[in-house]
Structures are given as C-alpha cells and as structure tokens.
Design a protein around this ligand. Structure first.
Ligand code: NAD
Length: 482
C-alpha cells in the first residue's frame, strides 16, 4: 500500500464542524483514476442538511476566528506550508491519481499551491488601513478592514490544489470562515488539504468540506443562507455566469476566475529558441488543461516554418503515459469525456481547413490524448474561439502585427496573453492587449505574489498578491470628530 492509498482510504468523507463524517442521507460517488478508469475510492455525497450544517458551523466559528490575532492566523497558515512542504510527494501523488496529470505537473502544482499558505501567512499581519484628517479639518477619516464573513469556495478539477489554496489561504488570513466545494472529479486532494489544515491548528468550523450531488441546487441553497457573504468561484464562464445570477438575489459579493482563450503572439524579430521554449511551456504545462494555456498561436510568417518544425520536434519527443511513472511528461486528461471533446475539436479543425503536423489520433485505453500541432488554422474557426483544454497547439500564420493584435483582442475572454519578440516591441504589444495578465518572452506567469485574474468574460477580481486578501475583506470607514 502506498502513502496515497493510506490517505485516500482515510479521507473519503465530508468535514463539517471539525468532524469527518458520511453524508446524512448516505450515498457515495466514485472517484476515478483517469489513466485506466479504475475506481480509487467512493466519496460521501453531501445532503442539503449537510450543506446547512456546514454553513451553520462556519457561522458559529466566525466570531472567534475573526477576532483571533493576525499573528496566530499567520502561524497556522505557516504550519500548513511546513506540513505540505514536507509531504509534497503525498500531495502530488493524490493529484496524479485522481486528476491524471503527469508527476512533474503534480509536483509543480504542489509547490505552487503550498506557496499560497506562506504568502498569505505573511499578508495576514499586513492588512492595510489608513488614517487621515478630512480636508475641512473637522474629522479624522479612519479606514479599516473587516473580514467579509462566511465564504463559499468552489474549485475546478484542473488544478485541484492550487485553485483551493489560492482561496483558502487569503480567506483564513483575512479572518473569514469557509466552506470548500471541490470538483466532483477531484475531492481527494481537497480532503487531504483540509486534513493538513486541521493538523496545522485550524479550529473546528473554520474550514468545512462538502461535496453535494447534484451541485447546482445545493450551491444555490448555501448562497441563499443569510450567513454566507462571499462566493469565490473558479471554473467555466458558463457556470460562473449562472452563479452570478444566483448571487444577485442577495447581492452576495462574488470573485470569479473563469475561462480563457489565451493568444500567444510570436513577433518578427523574436528569438526562435526562446519562443519555442516558452510556447511549449505555455501549451503543455498541465497537459494543456489550464485556464492560462496558450490556445491561439499567432506566428509571424518570417518565423512560422521554423517555429512549427522546432515545436513539432519537441512534442514528438514527449513521453505520454500514467503520471505514477515519473518519466512520463504528459499524463491523461481528467476523463474520457474531456478527451473526446478535445478529439472532436481537432476533427472539426481539420474539416475547417487545418492540417495536422503531429498527433491528432488518440489511442489505447485511458483518457490520453497525444501532443498535437495543427497548422493552417484560421482566426475565427471553431478551435480558435474555443478553450481547447488539452495538448493541442493551433497555429495561425500572420503577416501584419496590427492585424495580430486585433485578432488577439477579438475574443470574449481576457485572462492572459503571451508575447515573444524583441523586448521593447513585445512590451509595447503587451500594453495594447485587453487581458489581465501578459507573459513577455516566457511561458508561465503564475506566482502567489502576483495578481492573477482576467478581463471581459474571464472573470471579476484578482487572486494572490496583496489584492487576493482584499477579496475577503470589507472596507470600513470610521469618522471620528477631530
Ligand atoms: P466547471 O465550471 O464545470 O466546474 C467548476 C466547479 O463548479 C466545480 O466544483 C463544479 O462542481 C461546480 N459546478 C458545476 N456546475 C455548478 C452549478 N450549476 N452550480 C454551482 N457549482 C457548479 O469547470 P471545470 O470543468 O471544473 O473547470 C474547467 C474550467 O475552469 C475552464 O473553463 C477553465 O478555464 C476554468 N478555470 C479558470 C481558472 C482561472 O483562474 N481563471 C483556473 C482554473 C480553471
């Protein structure tokens, strides 16, 4: 039995008010290993009563937790960082098992996810405030921050750890209590993290874990509870849009990290090797199942053929297979359903005129899809306007930089863009892109110390950095007679 087997056999239940327990109405759903379709374990289904109990526990724990000294909250978060750092291999293995990603992607995510606890341990003791005299001199203007209150945190399956710690760490640092609702595909990573937080000293009721099936009605019910004051959601734009409507009923504060359709532009004059290295990372990190994944590759005609040849060679050299074999560089998609969606998009692209340089044909059992590169993709074609969420590079050739900028901006999404080129020219292009984040001559931007988020239908608000904790705080102004 591996360490993961021990953990997953222990943590397959709900966590409410500091107690691990089955759902009140019984019932479990299977958690599958996408590399072979086998059942890892069966996870408890949360009933309406369980969701109500989680809200009640978070409400009851709020006064004491929000009054806890920032230093105490900070030290608990720091302990969570220490435990997760020491147990990085267990953390990664759970993700590999239930999500299908490669070992190196899982280790990368474990490290990134863990860092949010260290970063927000440091932010907990630096919550900003202000004091000034009014212009008329009649009062002191005191600006302070209060924890927003009970926060519902909903996360997707693609980064089952980091999307949760990016919410849990700032919420707890701010003094909020929480209910975590992970994706149905990946509840084990969430349960393991909740166990870590319990071991780090988080008091009962401050973090609760529920997995209702179906999700929509249970989430709407929790958002209707007067105690719930915040929704922090990461997932698809489609679901996010629906949840914003639910939030509107009670004017619940909502942060939304939604879908993307990232353009990657290779400008004339770009260093080809740097562009290929960056493009490989921007596309293949997490097997392409990332909201930040480069989706639309606009490559200048002067570099197009060299770029395609070099990237195709990189993709051809990738080892594909189950993540528990640590030599494999590309793991499985999260489910055969997701694999089939990617396959349909590629077939459709070919029907719409694209050519396959490599890949394009899934083979064997398990939710694997091969590294694929398409050339001759047109701006506006189906694959160009759809979030692919798989290891498929779709290349559009361009001749005019102004046209490439216009095409990059021609999207309902605005999460991130990548620009490769001579630095000054690349930064000039970056400032003209209507997105929340731009990577210049590099393939990854994510950093707990940087504000993560998008424009347009990619979301509302920012996670990480100093901004991340403000999402869980209300500004309060106190007027004091001078
Ligand atoms: P999803 O929207 O299907 O699910 C996300 C979460 O919402 C899951 O926990 C799911 O159970 C829950 N959910 C589903 N239907 C719901 C409903 N009706 N009411 C309430 N909750 C509901 O997304 P996914 O397929 O898990 O994740 C992929 C999507 O997430 C992609 O679009 C990706 O771009 C996006 N994403 C965005 C970011 C970001 O930071 N912007 C990061 C990671 C993923």
């Amino acid at each position: 039995m591996t360490t993961t087997d021990i953990r997953t056999s222990l943590f397959r239940d709900l966590y409410i008010d500091g107690v691990w327990r089955e759902g009140s109405e019984g019932g479990r759903f299977p958690v599958l290993d996408p590399s072979d379709g086998s059942t890892i374990t069966e996870f408890a289904i949360a009933s309406e009563a369980d969701c109500d109990a989680a809200v009640a526990a978070a409400e009851a724990a709020l006064p004491a937790w929000s009054a806890t000294a920032p230093r105490v909250r900070s030290e608990i978060l720091r302990r969570a960082w220490e435990i997760l750092t020491a147990e990085a291999d267990v953390f990664a293995e759970i993700m590999v098992r239930e999500n299908g990603k490669s070992w190196s992607d899982a280790k990368g995510e474990a490290g990134y996810a863990t860092e949010f606890f260290r970063w927000f341990a440091e932010e907990a003791v630096r919550i900003p405030g202000d004091w000034r005299l009014s212009p008329a001199g009649d009062k002191r203007i005191v600006v302070t921050h209060r924890p927003i209150g009970v926060s519902l945190l909903i996360t997707p399956w693609n980064f089952p750890a980091a999307m949760a710690t990016r919410k849990l760490a700032p919420a707890l640092a701010a003094g909020c209590t929480t209910i975590l609702k992970p994706a149905r595909e990946t509840p084990l990573t969430a349960a393991y993290m909740v166990d870590v937080l319990e071991r780090a000293g988080v008091p009962r009721g401050v973090v609760n874990l529920v997995t209702p099936v179906p999700t929509g009605p249970a989430v709407a019910r929790m958002l209707a509870a007067p105690a719930v004051r915040k929704l922090s959601f990461t997932g698809s734009t489609e679901v996010g849009r629906e949840l914003l409507k639910v939030c509107a009923d009670r004017v619940v504060n909502a942060s939304m990290e939604l879908g993307g359709n990232a353009p990657l532009i290779v400008l004339p004059g770009a260093d080809l090797e740097q562009a290929v290295d960056g493009a490989f990372l921007a596309k293949m990190r997490n097997g392409g199942s990332a909201c930040t994944s480069a989706n639309r590759f606009y490559v200048h005609e002067s570099l197009h053929d060299g770029f395609v040849a070099a990237l195709t060679a990189r993709l051809a050299a990738m080892r594909v297979g189950p993540g528990l074999d640590r030599t494999n560089e590309l793991g499985a998609l999260v489910s055969t359903g997701e694999r089939d969606k990617v396959a349909e998009l590629v077939d459709r692209a070919v029907e719409e005129g694209a050519s396959i340089a490599i890949g394009g044909t899934p083979s064997g059992a398990g939710a694997f899809y091969p590294p694929t590169l398409l050339t001759g993709v047109s701006h506006g074609s189906t694959i160009n306007v759809t979030e692919i969420f798989g290891p498929v590079t779709a290349v559009v050739r361009f001749t005019d930089v102004e046209e490439a900028i216009a095409q990059a901006n021609d999207s309902e999404f605005g999460l991130i863009a990548y620009v490769f080129g001579e630095e000054r020219a690349a930064i000039q292009v970056a400032t003209r892109l209507d997105v929340g984040m731009v990577a210049v001559n590099r393939g990854v931007v994510s950093d707990p110390a940087a504000p993560f988020g998008g424009t347009k239908q990619s979301g509302l608000g920012r996670e990480g950095a100093g901004e991340g904790i403000l999402e869980f705080l209300e500004t309060q102004y106190i007027a004091v007679t001078a």
